[in-house]
Structure formats: structure tokens, C-alpha cells
Design a protein around this ligand. Structure first.
Ligand code: URA
Length: 209
């Protein structure tokens, strides 16, 4: 069954409301996205496997839990994915990182790939694909098809806001990839933007509009 996890921690909801407000500055928007991304990372990595390792505390020895297996690989869908990536890297500084660049043809909304750089050894790694906005789902669907070619151990898709249309489209194509989001909004407008949404995440992060 396709899975969608709505992460509704009060801190996330509060910060998301601040991000949605049109008068929130670029600097504040970026800071909030980074903070929310840390909280999302905390939830999304809940099931990472642990193993016991022998350590010495100043008092005695013990078998203590540490993450086992290879490091997670974070994939940013450029350019807005960078905001989530930065926050997640604060929490998981050793994670491996990849980038995929897709732009949306403004008329057809069809994604066109312009950049792809992903670590070569992802086979035994969990892959977290991040993009703040799951709108039409076209970019996410295309990115995940491309990333599946690298054969990661598993894939999760993490966003901030999702439209019902984007979730449906994504799970038609990738029912095996769980979605984690902080909110599911009402719908898309005629340009493929999420309503009520927060506008263009890339423009708001980088101040390009
Ligand atoms: N991308 C955005 O940045 N915002 C939307 O509302 C939809 C896609």
C-alpha cells in the first residue's frame, strides 16, 4: 500500500505557518525551512537500524546503540531541495549527498533533466529524496525513476507541502516509495502551484522574485 506520513508536530506546524506568510523575509524563510527540515529528518529516520557497540564511559564499559550500516544518502531536487538538504545535513553531517536538476517546462509542466550527480555506491544505502513542494508530482516522479536506476536499498520522498494531485500522481508511478510531508494542502492552481501553499519555494529561499 502506498504510504503518506503527515508529520504534524506543533513546532513544524507553527514554523510552516510563518513560512507561508507572504511578508516573511528571505532570510527568515531559509532559516525556518532549515529548522523544519531537521524536525522532518528526525521523524523520517525513526526506523534507521541500530547495533550495539562496546564503549567505555568515564565510569565503566557498556554495549551502546549506534547507527549500523552505511550512511544515508540525501538527494536534493534542485534548486529548492537545497533548503531541506541543509537542515538535514545539520542533523546527519556524514550523510552522502546527491543532486538532481530538473526544470519545469512552464507550459507543459513536464520536467527536463539538466543535472545529475549522485554517489556511485548507493546500493546499501537508504535514499531520502527531498524537495519542499510536491505539486503536480512531475519532477518528483521523474527524479525517482532516474534515481531508481542507481539501485539504492530503499527510497523515501520528503517534502514540506504536498497537493493531493501530486500525491496521487506520485503514488500511481511509485507506490513503493513512501511520502513524508508536513502538510497536505487543498489543490493546485491552473499554473501547477499549490493552494494555499507558500508561493515559489525557490524564489522565496533565494530572493529571486
Ligand atoms: N513549486 C513551488 O515552489 N511552489 C508551488 O506551489 C508548486 C511548485
Amino acid at each position: 500500500m502506498p504510504s503518506v506520513t503527515l508529520i504534524q508536530h506543533p513546532l513544524i506546524q507553527h514554523k510552516l505557518t510563518l513560512m507561508r506568510q507572504k511578508d516573511t523575509s528571505t532570510a527568515k524563510f531559509r532559516q525556518l525551512l532549515e529548522e523544519i527540515s531537521m524536525l522532518l529528518a528526525y521523524e523520517v529516520t525513526r526506523d534507521l537500524p541500530l547495533e550495539k557497540v562496546a564503549i567505555e564511559t568515564p565510569m565503566t564499559t557498556m554495549d551502546a546503540p549506534m547507527l549500523s550500516g552505511k550512511k544515508v544518502v540525501l538527494i536534493s531536487i534542485m534548486r529548492a531541495g537545497q533548503g531541506i538538504l541543509d537542515g538535514m545535513l545539520e542533523l546527519m553531517p556524514s550523510a552522502r549527498v546527491g543532486h538532481i536538476g530538473l526544470y519545469r517546462n512552464p507550459k507543459t509542466h513536464v520536467p527536463v533533466e539538466y543535472y545529475f550527480k549522485v554517489p556511485t555506491d548507493v546500493n546499501e544505502r537508504e535514499m531520502l529524496v527531498v524537495d519542499p513542494m510536491l505539486a503536480t508530482g512531475n519532477s518528483a516522479v521523474a527524479a525517482v525513476y532516474r534515481l531508481k536506476e542507481t539501485q539504492p536499498q530503499s527510497i523515501k520522498f520528503v517534502c514540506l507541502l504536498a497537493a493531493p494531485e501530486g500525491i496521487a500522481h506520485f503514488h500511481e508511478e511509485h507506490p513503493d516509495v513512501p511520502i513524508f510531508t508536513a502538510a497536505i494542502d487543498e489543490r493546485l492552481d491552473e499554473h501547477g502551484y499549490i493552494l494555499p501553499g507558500l508561493g515559489d519555494a525557490g524564489d522565496r529561499m533565494f530572493g529571486t522574485k
